[in-house]
Ligand binder design. Sequence first.
Ligand SMILES: NC(=O)c1ccc[n+]([C@@H]2O[C@H](COP(=O)([O-])OP(=O)(O)OC[C@H]3O[C@@H](n4cnc5c(N)ncnc54)[C@H](OP(=O)(O)O)[C@@H]3O)[C@@H](O)[C@H]2O)c1
Length: 339
Amino acid sequence: MKIRVAINGYGTIGKRVADAVLKQRDMILAGVTKTKPNFEANIAKSKGIKVYAASADKLKSFQDAGMDVSGTLEDLIRDCDVVVDCTPGKVGATYKPMYEKAGVKAVFQGGEKHDVAGFSFNAVCNYSEALGRDFVRVVSCNTTGLCRSLYALDRAFGVDKARVVLIRRGADPSEDKKGPINSILPDPVTIPSHHGPDVQKVLPHIGITTSAFAVPTTLMHVHWLNLELGKSASEGDVLSVLSSYRRIMLVSASEGVDSTSQIVEYARDLGRHRYDMPELVVFKESVKSFGRELYLTQAVHQESIVVPENIDAIRAMTRLCETAEESMKMTDESLGLGG
Ligand SMILES: NC(=O)c1ccc[n+]([C@@H]2O[C@H](COP(=O)([O-])OP(=O)(O)OC[C@H]3O[C@@H](n4cnc5c(N)ncnc54)[C@H](OP(=O)(O)O)[C@@H]3O)[C@@H](O)[C@H]2O)c1
């Protein structure tokens, strides 16, 4: 059986999820929506992707630009089993009534509130709870990164307490109107940032406090973690556990991968499309243990880390795969991610 997938919102996340869907042998990309006939719409069409106008009132701008579209979002969702909503934060919620009326399942992104779907998803943490659901929210890039490492460490040693500082990229590379451009911005200045409570939507038992700062970079986020484990673990124990999980990549400063710029260079040299790095990247030498107290530093490629999670969410909701391992293996192999 092949599941027909529509993408509403063909921006940073939407275009990557669309490309990932094209690589799945159990999915068909029904089409994508665009609000404007720009170069992204042209490239989508050149790849053979069906482009739909996001709404009827946008059709004229496509006609004026001489670009044929296959219809509107309403037409697209009549022709799919699942819609992956990749519209800007808070916009996805406004589409939920349309998805419900059309009787299609919908995957929302981390910019929506948990309540929009009533379930927040991360493949390794709670795949089985997403089986058959109509609405799922894939948590944000930062929350996805934290869920991956905290889940692995919690399963192995127990995580009694997590204190995390997030150094967030100010904007994505294409966002030339966003900042900060010369400031370090506590975001927010109060504690906790929303990330800790968001992790708890997926891993409710983890006692986590987060503080976040936005800085003038576009490449990646960096997280500094200070954890109190349930039992002592050496640095070797921790590295061995992290390396045994899918979608966690250990990099070594001694080999020169010691910054977000070097991670991007590494991704380029690996031949990754758009220099995407959907794995959570952990700096090996940052892992330091003092018995039950653990420190580590990890990096998150915000534009791509949630892409495999969206593919797994589709499989869980449509019951294409009954287990996380089965789906994650298929997804990772199709995207060329390490085993
Ligand atoms: N970027 C990240 O780092 C990141 C990471 C994880 C999760 N997320 C989440 O993923 C979601 C999408 O974020 P994004 O970064 O991909 O945003 P984005 O780059 O701004 O893309 C959103 C796209 O949605 C389209 N759009 C705008 N208004 C629309 C509407 N009313 N109806 C249909 N389409 C509309 C726009 O396409 P047009 O070009 O056609 O106008 C735009 O390109 C958000 O919830 C965000 O929080 C983002």
